[in-house]
Design a protein around this ligand. Structure first.
Ligand code: AP5
Length: 185
């Protein structure tokens, strides 16, 4: 059985940063719904047009659109031996859809990156200045944090014993070392 790992954590926790490193180390694809949706917006596809304003407001793109996107991605050959999910599932309904899509095959480990709210906001405001992502302004960051607490945090209980907590503050490489350690638990 391949490796099926999922990253959970609030906006700015470092899911994308760590998922990229881990995907390279394990040789499995990094499947990020945020990246796929931003690509769709940049391409101006029908999905991108539907998602753009919702993402800029910090709300969740409708479940049916995101679930279809992930199902199509996980059907590709490179995901046959495992994958690393980043940003999906984002609520219990998406988690149930994932469970059905992968035919009950277990998610091996759920890595939960833990970072204080002050640090999250500081990281995202810094990225706003460096890269100009449309959802990295203070108002939208607050909304993304709220959505995380209301919609996504319940997944910690949903995945229960599969969740490994990783302290996400410090040098990227130190967080990565903790992530690798958590996978051996
Ligand atoms: P998404 O792209 O998933 O954004 P997010 O969850 O808000 O996460 P971020 O990308 O901001 O943070 P991250 O935890 O990945 O951290 P990163 O490594 O980037 O989603 C964006 C939007 O798309 C959603 O709001 C929603 O609208 C939509 N969407 C996506 N998935 C969806 C779904 N399943 N259903 C519905 N809608 C969906 O790091 C953040 C910053 O911190 C970077 O600048 C990085 O360089 C820096 N950093 C990383 N690690 C460290 C460190 N150790 N120390 C200091 N800085 C660090």
């Amino acid at each position: 059985m391949g490796r099926r790992i999922l990253f959970l954590g609030p906006p700015g926790a470092g899911k994308g940063t760590q998922a990229k490193l881990l995907a390279r180390a394990l040789g499995v694809p990094h499947v990020s719904t945020g990246v796929m949706l931003r690509d769709a917006v940049a391409e101006g596809s029908e999905l991108g047009e539907k998602a753009e304003a919702i993402m800029a407001a910090g709300d969740l793109v409708p479940d049916d659109l995101v679930i279809a996107l992930v199902e199509e991605r996980l059907d590709r050959a490179d995901a046959a031996c495992g994958y690393l999910l980043d940003g999906f599932p984002r609520n219990v309904l998406q988690a149930e859809a994932l469970f059905r899509a992968i035919g009950g095959e277990a998610i091996e480990t759920v890595l939960l990156l833990e970072v204080s709210e002050d640090e999250l906001v500081a990281r995202l405001l810094k990225r706003a200045a460096d890269e100009g992502r449309s959802d990295d302004n203070e108002e939208t960051i607050r909304r993304r944090l709220e959505v995380y607490q209301d919609e996504t945090e319940p997944l910690v209980a949903y995945y229960g014993g599969s969740v490994e907590r990783v302290y996400g503050v410090g040098l990227v490489n130190d967080v990565f070392a903790r992530t690798m350690l958590a996978l051996t638990n």
